[in-house]
Design a protein around this ligand. Structure first.
Ligand code: ADP
Ligand code: MG
Length: 251
């Protein structure tokens, strides 16, 4: 049985003034799929994720998330966005709020959950990311890796059907990357639908159902990780991977 479609992008275009950033992106993500997006800086990876979350308005194309067309001018943007969790490179926690309150504020204000219910959900999600002991800590008292796991728990507390990750480990010290990837791997194992922009090729190889290589506003190559990363067919994919996998490589 094929899982239902969670995210469908067709003909997505986005420009900033004269700069054409996305030149026609097509992507189908089925429920429970983990899709990793790789590609050089400036290729439009963040812009694509931001369009899926309606942080950017596409110039053309169609985006459907769980049957709701986000690009329909009549769509309830706030309601649609609630079903999509996003985790950024910078953790974007509220620095003046405790970990617990970082997790409960949107639940109460946006989902109108009671204090008790939102705390229950928050504690459950802090446990999922291994931070039950940090409930009352302030963000500044946490390591970058812990802050990012709080940000993941915060997104999960809104019960998203899709999670978008934009280079979630790029701002972390190397020794903290593993814990965050571990949490993401666990989410993938639990069946979460995930779009992950990452430079962690080992993670992509082990966790992604599919890998997309983007360059110049297009999806240049797409397929199983072992094919796109292990045996790329396009020259641009090959030279990108050579640079990423061997930073001393000159081309
Ligand atoms: P990536 O995430 O692959 O590094 P981005 O999607 O962030 O790429 O950016 C793609 C291109 O779009 C870059 O040239 C970037 O400078 C440009 N860009 C992104 N956001 C904006 C914006 N809000 N205004 C103008 N240009 C932007
Ligand atoms: Mg980016």
């Amino acid at each position: 049985m094929t899982a239902e479609i969670a995210v469908e992008i067709t003909g997505l275009k986005k420009s900033f003034g004269p700069l054409d950033v996305l030149k026609g992106i097509d992507l189908t993500v089925r429920s429970g799929d983990v899709v990793c997006i790789i590609g050089p800086s400036g290729s439009g990876k963040s812009t694509m994720l931001r369009c899926v979350n309606l942080l950017e308005e596409p110039n053309a194309g169609k985006i459907v998330v769980n049957g709701v067309e986000l690009t329909d001018p009549e769509v309830d943007v706030d309601a649609a966005r609630r079903t999509i969790g996003m985790v950024f490179q910078g953790f974007n926690l509220f620095s003046h709020l405790s970990v617990l309150n970082n997790l409960t504020v949107a639940q109460r204000k946006v989902l109108r959950r009671s204090e008790e219910e939102s705390q229950r959900v928050a504690l459950h999600n802090l446990e999922r990311v291994g931070l039950s002991d940090k409930v009352n800590a302030m963000p500044a008292q946490l390591s970058g890796g812990q802050q990012q796991r709080v940000a993941i728990a915060r997104a999960l507390s809104m019960n998203p059907s899709v999670m978008l990750f934009d280079e979630p480990t790029s701002a972390l010290d190397p020794e903290l990357v593993g814990d965050v990837l571990g949490v993401m791997r666990q989410l993938a194992d639990e069946g979460m639908t995930m779009l992950v922009v990452t430079h962690e090729m080992q993670f992509a190889r082990e966790v992604a159902d599919r890998v997309l290589f983007m360059d110049g506003g297009y999806v240049v190559e797409e397929g199983p990780a072992e094919q796109v990363i292990g045996a790329p067919t396009h020259e641009r994919t090959k030279s990108f991977l050579a640079r990423v996998l061997n930073p001393n490589h000159l081309d």
